[in-house]
Write a protein that binds this ligand. Structure first.
Ligand code: 3NM
Length: 212
């Protein structure tokens, strides 16, 4: 873990099925303008070539805002794009190996679903972990019941790298999430599916700035 690195607190994850038919690039650019601090390209059905092409377009759109684009799981695509980092899942390579591939300056996040896995990710050098799903979320029913705020609190208490909460998070439940001490929040629908994604990101960023 690189302690000097500051991890953005509002992390927007892509899912082009959730943009109500609007081009993903437009929605992501609006989110960045509104205050998203970091974007993850996560289109799991895309080929490496499709991810690369979309990643290039997103990098162009994000350039004015200077915020990092992380690539979900695909170290090869992250490397080809010279992306700011990679977002790993439980089945991905260990963060230490990802760092060996990408180099010391890249951001490495890891999705975790238990304290054991969160500890492992931290030991193996993750810059931050994402923990969830905190609340019910249609895209993650395969993980069973939501983890809830108490488990999130336990993770935060036991993990020394920044913890970002994910799963069903929106402006209504954000205050409760931040009360756990979580460093930040990640979301798909609360920003991508909003009628005004820029305004949605702005509202979330405002709350993040005022609550802690
Ligand atoms: N990962 P929404 S939950 C991509 O628990 C993702 O690791 C999760 O979508 C995890 O903000 C999730 O729309 C979906 O609920 C988050």
């Amino acid at each position: 873990m690189q302690m000097a690195r500051s991890i953005p607190r509002l992390y927007v994850v892509t899912d082009r099925q959730q943009t109500a038919g609007r081009p993903l690039e437009e929605v992501v650019a609006a989110a960045a303008q509104g205050g998203a601090g970091m974007i993850q390209l996560r289109e799991k059905d895309f080929t490496a070539r499709e991810l690369y092409d979309l990643g290039r377009r997103l990098q162009d759109r994000l350039k004015p805002y200077g915020i990092p684009l992380l690539i979900n799981d695909r170290l090869d695509v992250a490397q080809a794009l010279d992306a700011a980092g990679v977002h790993l899942a439980g089945h991905s390579l260990a963060p230490s190996l990802a760092r060996r591939v990408l180099g010391p300056d890249k951001l490495i996040g890891v999705s975790t679903h238990s304290l054991d896995h969160a500890r492992q990710a931290m030991r193996e050098g993750a810059d931050f972990i994402v923990f969830g799903p905190v609340f019910d979320t249609p895209s993650k029913r395969q993980y069973g019941a939501p983890q809830g705020l108490q488990r999130l609190t336990d993770i935060v208490a036991n993990i020394t790298c920044p913890v970002i909460a994910i799963g069903g998070i929106n402006t209504d439940n954000l205050p409760q999430v931040l009360q756990t001490g979580a460093h930040g929040v990640a979301m798909i629908r609360a920003v991508l599916a909003a009628s005004d994604p820029g305004e949605a990101a702005w509202q979330l960023a405002q709350q993040l700035n005022t609550i802690s």
